[in-house]
Design a binder for this molecule. Structure first.
Ligand SMILES: [Zn+2]
Ligand SMILES: [Zn+2]
Length: 92
């Protein structure tokens, strides 16, 4: 079976999708990264391209990239899931 390897734009992990599964995907479909849990929107089928859905940010202390929830965006302060460092989001 052929496998398509795509890179998660959020955590840069390589995700494997079987080509038979990929045929079922359409533009705008959402793929979940099984490494970081980010939701990725299919923006191109050939070649396969994705855009992270929503926002992510990078921890200024340890450099971990993690997705932001709606609630995070509202209160503008977030806590890094990796090192528990709390910081203010920059203007976005
Ligand atoms: Zn990921
Ligand atoms: Zn951190």
């Amino acid at each position: 079976m052929n496998v398509l390897v795509v890179t998660c734009p959020d955590c840069f992990e390589e995700l494997e999708i079987s080509t038979s599964d990929w045929k079922e995907f359409q533009l705008g479909d959402i793929l979940g990264c099984n490494s970081c849990g980010a939701e990725l929107e299919v923006t191109s089928l050939e070649p396969p391209e994705f855009e992270p859905l929503g926002y992510s940010t990078e921890c200024p202390k340890c450099g971990t990239l993690f997705p932001l929830s709606e609630a995070d965006l509202e209160n503008t302060r977030v806590t890094c899931p990796d090192c528990a460092f709390s910081f203010a989001l920059e203007d976005n």
